[in-house]
Design a protein around this ligand. Structure first.
Ligand code: ADP
Ligand code: MG
Ligand code: MG
Length: 662
């Protein structure tokens, strides 16, 4: 999770004082790196996933499943391999926000060979095994997006106590001791976010109103040490949460891609942006918060609210006096602009930015669209700063840039190459919820990687106005959005703007071909089934990926593996296979201990996690019929004629390398 600097964290007052310093030098560092690296090209496709796990401890006598706070010890153990063989280890392990979380990635990124898709899942399974062998008796790693009873009673092992009067979070639910203790970054972030905001964060999630849920639903927090703030703040009919841990203590699934050059990375950033809400909805896995069934299926808004450090002035609740901007979103939110100049007309929401820094960037030779993106990230204050890192060499260091960049937690992240490294321009796809099994996680990751290959090979275009992407983001959270809701999507994905066009446009600095008329005719509302599986008017993402696969050399094993993954994605989109969120919801509401009052009791929590553990160990997915062994091609009804005709003219490369023939 972001930059883990060594040293002594500064207080919020000190950090705030250095805000301008960090921004000024961060911008300079970006300009310097950009100049050095902008023409870096011919990098090959590398990509890798990140899976976050929770450590759960069962007590089969008491029937409890608690969060085990031994990530520190477990990480020491897991990182041995990396330390012993820095060049060659199967997995890489990093701490995450909570003391019950660990993050695992493959030891090395994957490359452009399709055969790599054969090892994604086994590497994920291996990671789970590695954690398992580092754990104590009755402890297991679960890739759960949200732990159902986070912040309720004694939810941790060992037991911890809240300290509402003192400490970093001052939460009445989530003890500071639950935050990962092995690095000061996490506590510092929690404290500084609270202090910057001028009070505790406020997370309000609509409760799922069942037959016996009190109406209005209003909780009494007095026994938890509430000084009146919670009672005042909590909205009726909402699950109220009061600290960063409720969001950053959720797990997720991310994918990072290396592009062949900066233009391709900007293009991938743009093409994946409209997919963020779509994949959030398709991966929805988190219906329960603080012991209650909620009315949402996905975590994103919970994290967004959990680190929303905007002041009242920035929120527009008070007149701007001390702060510089009114800001429309949390620092953890969906992106506000596309990065390629060619998609300028689709940037239809106000991009709040620091004009001085934007001018500085443009003076430094950065084009307007990129300058605006960076100047937008830089409206934020640094919220964690280490005294040893204050003075840097802007020619070589990038810590100040990374400081602001890595605390803008957006759906997509544009990652410049680190200084003096072999790593190229990358983008990170960040919206997805982590799935329970390695099979499912491998399926989602594989689908996204293949989709980017189809985009680059065929010049597919998914871009719609960014305001519509935001609307989709709201829709994506809704209960059972996959089956019940419609999403804005581009009607014609076979655009004129191929990667080559984009490259030309970038090179000339002028994009006259792009007209902003009739944008509203370019998109429509579709069901998830239509988006993924196609309709009479739309080819469907899965058939497009299959077409791509048909056009490259692929061995039968890999093909079979991939077909299994696509089948899961297809079934989730059509509703034939429930999302994890739906499975969890059904499990809770059908449990004998469930009293139709939205409460997820300790016993339900135990039985649910126990089941998840057994299923993920034995058959690796909650419902097993997704695994089919047939080696036949499509059985999904598709509207392929248009796609086929178009794609026949194109000639993708045999290997899964980049689209640009640079
Ligand atoms: P974060 O920015 O989230 O901390 P990391 O840099 O730790 O992300 O890595 C995220 C993923 O990127 C990992 O799966 C890793 O294997 C992968 N990765 C590492 N190097 C590259 C590269 N050159 N190109 C693409 N992905 C890479
Ligand atoms: Mg992480
Ligand atoms: Mg990441």
């Amino acid at each position: 999770m972001g930059l883990l600097s060594e040293g002594s964290p500064l207080s919020w007052e000190e950090t705030k004082k250095h805000g301008d310093h960090v921004r000024k030098h961060g911008i300079q560092q970006f300009i310097n790196q950009y100049k050095k690296l902008k023409s870096r090209s011919r990098d090959i496709l590398y990509w890798g996933d990140e899976v976050e796990y929770m450590l759960v401890k069962f007590d089969d006598e008491k029937k409890t499943a608690k969060l085990s706070l031994n990530a520190g010890e477990v990480l020491d153990n897991l990182q041995q391999c990396e330390k012993l063989c820095p060049q060659d280890h199967p997995s890489t392990w990093r701490p995450e926000y909570a003391g019950y979380m660990v993050e695992g990635t493959p030891g090395k990124p994957y490359g452009g060979l399709l055969a790599h898709f054969n090892v994604v899942e086994s590497n994920m399974r291996l990671r789970r095994k590695e954690i398992q062998q580092a754990l104590g008796p009755n402890e297991v790693p679960l890739s759960l997006t949200s732990y159902p009873r986070l912040g309720v009673g004694n939810f941790s092992d060992p037991e911890t106590k809240t300290t509402p009067e003192t400490g970093a979070s001052k939460s009445i639910f989530f003890p500071d001791e639950v935050i990962f203790q092995g690095h000061p970054r996490f506590r510092t972030l929690s404290r500084n976010i609270r202090q910057r905001k001028g009070g505790k964060v406020e997370i309000q999630i609509p409760i799922f109103k069942d037959k016996k849920t009190p109406s209005p639903f209003i909780e009494d927090f007095s026994a938890l040490g509430d000084d009146g703030e919670a009672a005042r703040t909590a909205k009726p009919d909402h699950i109220y949460m009061d600290c960063m841990g409720f969001g950053m203590g959720c797990s997720c699934l991310q994918v990072t891609f290396q592009a062949c050059n900066i233009d391709e990375s900007r293009l991938l950033y743009d093409q994946l942006a409209p997919l963020c809400p779509i994949m959030l909805a398709l991966s929805a896995a988190s219906p329960v918060y603080r012991g209650y069934l909620s009315d949402i299926d996905a975590r994103w808004t919970v994290i967004s609210q959990s680190v929303d450090d905007r002041t009242d002035e920035e929120r527009g609740k008070k007149e701007l006096k001390n702060d510089r901007f009114q800001i429309h979103k949390s620092r953890y939110d969906s992106i506000d602009s596309y990065l390629s100049p060619i998609y300028k007309c689709y940037n239809d929401i106000e991009l709040v930015l620091d004009q001085d820094l934007c001018d500085e960037l443009q003076k430094g030779g950065i084009d307007e669209t990129m300058a605006r993106h960076i100047a937008h990230l830089f409206i934020r204050d640094p919220i964690s700063l280490f005294s040893e890192k204050l003075n840097q060499n802007d020619e070589e260091d990038t810590d100040h840039f990374e400081n602001i960049q890595s605390t803008n937690w957006q759906t997509m992240r544009f990652k410049p190459p680190p200084p003096n490294s072999s790593i190229g321009w990358r983008v990170e796809f960040r919206p997805m919820e982590v799935q329970l099994s390695s099979f499912e996680n491998a399926a989602y990751v594989t689908f996204i990687v293949l989709l980017t290959r189809a985009v680059l090979s065929y010049g597919l275009n998914f871009v719609i106005p960014i305001s519509k992407v935001d609307e989709n983001m709201r829709t994506a959270h809704k209960r059972d959005a996959v089956n019940k809701d419609m999403f804005y999507f581009r009607k014609d994905v076979f655009t004129d703007c191929s990667p080559a066009d984009v490259a030309k446009c970038m090179a000339s600095g002028k994009c006259e071909r792009i007209k902003c008329s009739n944008i509203q005719d370019e998109y429509t509302q579709m069901t998830m089934n239509e988006i993924f599986n196609g309709s009479d008017d739309f080819p469907g993402l899965i058939p497009l990926v299959k077409q791509y696969l048909n056009s490259v050399d692929i061995d039968i094993d890999t093909s079979c593996t991939i077909q299994n993954y696509l089948k899961l994605i297809s079934k989730r989109a059509s509703g034939a296979e429930p999302t994890i969120a739906k499975c969890i919801r059904n499990f809770v509401t059908n449990h004998p201990d469930y009293k139709q009052d939205s409460v997820v009791s300790e016993e339900i929590n135990y039985d649910l996690l126990k089941l998840i553990h057994e299923k993920t160990d034995n058959c690796e997915t909650l419902s097993t019929d997704t695994k089919f062994s047939s080696k036949t091609k499509d059985d999904i009804p598709t509207a392929l004629s248009k796609a086929e005709k178009y794609l026949a003219q194109k000639n993708p490369q045999k290997n899964m390398t980049n689209g640009h023939k640079s």
